[in-house]
Design a protein around this ligand. Structure first.
Ligand code: B12
Length: 215
């Protein structure tokens, strides 16, 4: 089976809210593909494609289907976590990284994927969770001696709040703490992160790792 075929099967089962079979197909394929590939090309893709709209703006799936897909994805991520840790042997970095969803944003699945990938690569991740005020990101980074804040946003309006992280850093004169952001709104507007005074933006997992390694 190719990865695209696994995606299609997982997508169809998830859309039909087939909880058991969706997780079964992940379990049956953990040894056929890398865990990171399944996370990005199967699970993240499924969530991003589950909800489409017709020309009148009506959704093709119900809110229940989206919620069920989120639950399936969250449990599938848990299945993959130990495999990801086994795959990555280079676990010597001990950099602390603060992650979280910006204020008013409860779309935590992208952040979960980010978290398991970072942990598997040896980073010490401090996850502040969902709906996190800008000041909390900055206070925690300072308290923990972390030099990176990674912030996730899935909605345009919540993404705008990311700008407050830079304001809080300025207030405390902490130019040494870098901010990286990611999430759907940044795919549609490539200049948005600059407007929010963020240092880096990417939605590509490999790129996240190479930015963190270089800086
Ligand atoms: C699943 C989902 C939900 C679930 C979330 C469950 C959960 N536990 O996360 C539920 C049902 C709860 C939900 C609720 C709502 N949602 Co919603 N949701 C979605 C959906 C279908 C998929 C999002 C998702 O999980 N994607 C998969 C993940 C894995 O992708 P990702 O987050 O992009 O992450 C990847 C990368 O972006 C990157 N990344 C992510 N974060 C970061 C951070 C950094 C630092 C880096 C470097 C990279 C990075 O790495 C990840 C792995 O590859 C999208 C539609 C879509 N196609 O995007 C709508 C969507 C985001 N939702 C939307 C809306 C409007 C809402 C609600 C307001 C609906 C309502 N009326 O109540 C609420 C708001 C809740 C809130 N305040 O946050 C809108 C936002 C529109 C906008 N203007 O911005 C969307 C786009 C749907 C739409 N087209 O209208 N939602």
């Amino acid at each position: 089976m190719e990865i695209d075929e696994l995606y299609q099967k997982f997508f169809n089962l998830t859309k039909m809210r087939e909880y058991k079979s969706s997780l079964e197909i992940i379990n049956n394929n953990v040894n056929n593909f890398s865990a990171q590939e399944i996370l990005v090309k199967v699970i993240a893709q499924t969530l991003n494609n589950i909800q489409t709209f017709d020309e009148k703006g009506y959704q093709n799936v119900s809110a229940f289907q989206v919620l069920a897909a989120a639950k399936i994805a969250s449990d599938a991520i848990k299945i993959l976590e130990p495999f990801l840790k086994k795959e990555i042997k280079n676990s010597i970095q001990k950099k602390k990284i603060i992650i979280g969803n910006i204020f008013q944003d409860y779309h935590g699945l992208g952040k979960e994927i980010l978290k398991v990938v970072l942990q598997a690569n040896g980073y010490q991740v401090i996850d502040l969770g969902l709906n996190v005020p800008a000041s909390k990101f900055v206070e925690t980074a300072i308290k923990e001696g972390a030099h990176w804040i990674l912030v996730s946003a899935m909605m345009y309006n919540s993404a705008l709040g990311i700008k407050n992280i830079r304001n809080e850093l300025k207030k405390r004169i902490r130019k040494d703490i870098k901010v990286m952001c990611g999430g759907a709104p940044f795919n549609y507007n490539s200049k948005l992160y600059k407007k929010l005074k963020v240092d880096y933006m990417t939605n590509n997992i490999n790129e996240i790792l190479s930015i963190l390694e270089k800086k």
